[in-house]
Design a protein around this ligand. Structure first.
Ligand SMILES: NC(=O)c1ccc[n+]([C@@H]2O[C@H](COP(=O)([O-])OP(=O)(O)OC[C@H]3O[C@@H](n4cnc5c(N)ncnc54)[C@H](OP(=O)(O)O)[C@@H]3O)[C@@H](O)[C@H]2O)c1
Length: 242
């Protein structure tokens, strides 16, 4: 019997990057998966035999309708999100609002509407960021939205504890996914940026999607039944040093 045997787990953002790697690992560990994203094809590519739900997680009508048909859940890994660069002064207010919708309203709505579908003993993992723990230049709206996700995880840990449901947030450093690729593609010096990103942590490299997936699997499993309300950096040690 492996870590997630028999559990039904929803993964948002499952068509790409961290969500895709996690969904595949959870399936290998025996979980039944419900994959969520805006486009069906990438979700099918992740796992052809999983249930899929195509919706924008910031659309309350769509999330509420999905919650009516969603099976009872033993876990959620809420990885869907978007990245936006810019400072407080350079970010248009509409772009700030869009960032909050994509990174905060989405997981909030999923927890609001799917919370009642969680079985006793369930576990939820939210995806924040290590740049929501320490400020860096040029990612203002993103960092602020992810800092709110960290607090959402702590509030839910408190609210769900009487039902023996746990909630934790993870705070990854840079991982080589399509999101990071898109950011590098906008840079005048992608190779230099990649090298700089790799140097900011003691282990001197980017993270791998599977390293994050294994942490999420641990938090969703019964190996971690006393772990709730935490914000766990997974960043090669970056959060530990200046
Ligand atoms: N990669 C990193 O370095 C890094 C570091 C720290 C934190 N994170 C966080 O980790 C999570 C996963 O990142 P990633 O690097 O794997 O990014 P990614 O490859 O761009 O994947 C993001 C996924 O989210 C889905 N998505 C985006 N907006 C959505 C919406 N409104 N409704 C439903 N689904 C939506 C996308 O699918 P569709 O386009 O089909 O909807 C996509 O599958 C994000 O929350 C990100 O902020 C990433």
């Amino acid at each position: 019997m492996s870590g997630l045997d028999g559990k039904t787990i929803l993964v948002s953002g499952a068509g790409s990057g961290l969500g895709r790697a996690a969904a595949r690992l959870f399936a290998q560990q025996g979980a039944k998966l419900v994959l969520l994203g805006r486009r069906a094809e990438p979700l099918r590519e992740t796992l052809s035999d999983a249930s899929i739900a195509t919706l924008d997680h910031s659309d309350e009508t769509a999330v509420a309708a999905f919650a009516q048909s969603c099976p009872p859940l033993d876990g959620m890994f809420l990885a869907a999100g978007q990245l936006l660069t810019g400072s407080v002064e350079s970010t248009p207010t509409e772009a700030f609002d869009a960032m909050l919708r994509a990174n905060l309203r989405g997981p909030w709505l999923l927890c609001h509407h799917l919370g009642p579908r969680l079985n006793p003993g369930a576990s939820v993992v939210l995806v924040g960021s290590n740049i929501a723990l320490r400020a860096i230049p040029d990612s203002a709206a993103y960092s602020v939205s992810k800092a709110a996700v960290h607090m959402l995880g702590q509030v839910l840990a408190l609210e769900w504890a009487p039902r023996n449901i746990r909630c934790n947030a993870i705070a990854p450093g840079p991982i080589h996914t399509p999101m990071l690729e898109a950011r590098l593609a906008q840079s005048p010096d992608p190779a230099g940026d990649l090298a700089r990103l790799s140097r900011v942590n003691p282990l001197q490299r980017l993270g791998h999607e599977n390293e994050v997936a294994h942490l999420a699997a641990h938090l969703l499993s019964d190996e971690s039944t006393w772990t709730t309300g935490t914000i766990i950096p997974i960043d090669g040690g970056a959060a530990a040093v200046y």
